[in-house]
Design a protein. Structure first.
Length: 346
């Protein structure tokens, strides 16, 4: 199936604020995360319809070809110097168009390569920064499993289902800041790689999806749920942000946060990580009350309150939270670029 032949009937993502629901191509995102593979959810986002078994197999096989291509470019983006201050990930995204030309990829297949190769670069960058050997992807594994494998997560099989749920939940979010930057850049005539680079920089900011890591740092500073009242009151009075609270569209708890809260509660129950769940509960309850009392704002937990905490229970360091979120969000960017291309916007 050629991507441009797909009939797109639903928007890539849509929020129903009254029911606090998120939809991907008309499908409830929370339900999709529990029943779909990552590859099937990605196909839905890109094509606007659910894949047949044959379409899914061909689609997955093409992503595996892209992993092999990515392995061949890693030496050029992971040199021993500091790349003039640019990270390997920045270098990869900035050079995407040149890579596409090297392999003679059209726009659709260049974007699929971008999505497939992104976690390969993230994992290699992380391991190189910690003086560890890079781990190449395995052909028999899917996208989510390979991401865990390349990071060196030891109990990969045990955490895979929860990790895949996280990846699917984060695929897209309508009218988010990074998407706005992407569209603005493309409309101004910038290249795909330059526009994706700009979106990635916006994505990493503390008030966007860098907020997940900031929420984790905030809870580490708070130390215990018993200190929530004192700590959060001081934070609000000093004009500091309570990370993980509030959303520009949802008027109740973010539905993705509800799913992640359940995962966090289940994974930490009866373990030495149970403090993580208690800390997030303290921020959600005490933070909500204090924000209303001190600022007159009725805010509810969003996905950033739980992201890094959940990932940490999977063995993924909190410092990787923003890049983990980006592994999903680049799928949404790719889908929007394709839709804009099909409709003549770019």
């Amino acid at each position: 199936m050629h991507w441009s032949s797909a009939l797109v009937l639903e928007p890539i993502s849509r929020i129903d604020p009254t029911q606090s629901r998120l939809f991907f191509r008309g499908v409830d995102a929370t339900e999709l995360s529990k029943t779909s593979s990552f590859e099937a959810a990605l196909f839905l986002l890109l094509h606007g319809l659910q894949p047949s078994s044959d379409e899914l197999r061909r689609f997955s096989d093409e992503m595996k070809v892209d992993w092999s291509r990515c392995k061949s470019i890693l030496p050029s983006i992971l040199p021993s110097d500091n790349l003039g201050g640019r990270s390997p990930l920045d270098r990869f995204v900035g050079n995407l168009d040149d890579i596409g030309k090297r392999y003679r990829l059209d726009l659709e297949h260049e974007l699929l390569f971008f999505v497939a190769a992104f976690p390969v670069v993230v994992a290699a960058q992380w391991r190189r920064a910690h003086s560890l050997e890079t781990i190449p992807p395995r052909g028999e594994l899917g996208h989510a499993a390979n991401t865990l494998w390349m990071l060196g997560i030891e109990n990969m099989e045990e955490v895979l289902k929860d990790f895949q749920i996280c990846l699917i939940l984060h695929l897209d979010d309508p009218q988010n800041p990074s998407l706005g930057v992407l569209e603005e850049s493309l409309r101004s005539g910038e290249s795909v790689s330059s526009s994706l680079f700009a979106a990635l920089q916006e994505h990493s900011k503390a008030l966007h999806h860098g907020a997940g890591e900031q929420a984790m740092l905030m809870m580490r500073e708070m130390e215990s749920p018993e200190r929530a009242e004192e700590y959060l009151r001081s934070r609000i009075k000093h004009g500091e942000r309570v990370f993980g609270m509030g959303h520009r569209v949802y008027r109740a708890i973010d539905p993705r946060a509800t799913v992640l809260r359940g995962i966090l509660q289940r994974r930490t129950a009866g373990t030495d990580q149970e403090i993580l769940f208690r800390l997030t509960e303290a921020v959600a309850t005490v933070g909500s009350r204090l924000l209303l009392e001190l600022k007159g704002q009725k805010l509810y937990p969003n996905v950033d309150l739980y992201n890094a905490a959940v990932y940490s229970t999977l063995g993924i360091p909190a410092e990787l939270n923003t890049d983990m979120f980006a592994i999903s969000r680049v799928c949404g960017w790719a889908a929007h670029i394709l839709d804009w291309h099909r409709t003549g916007i770019m």
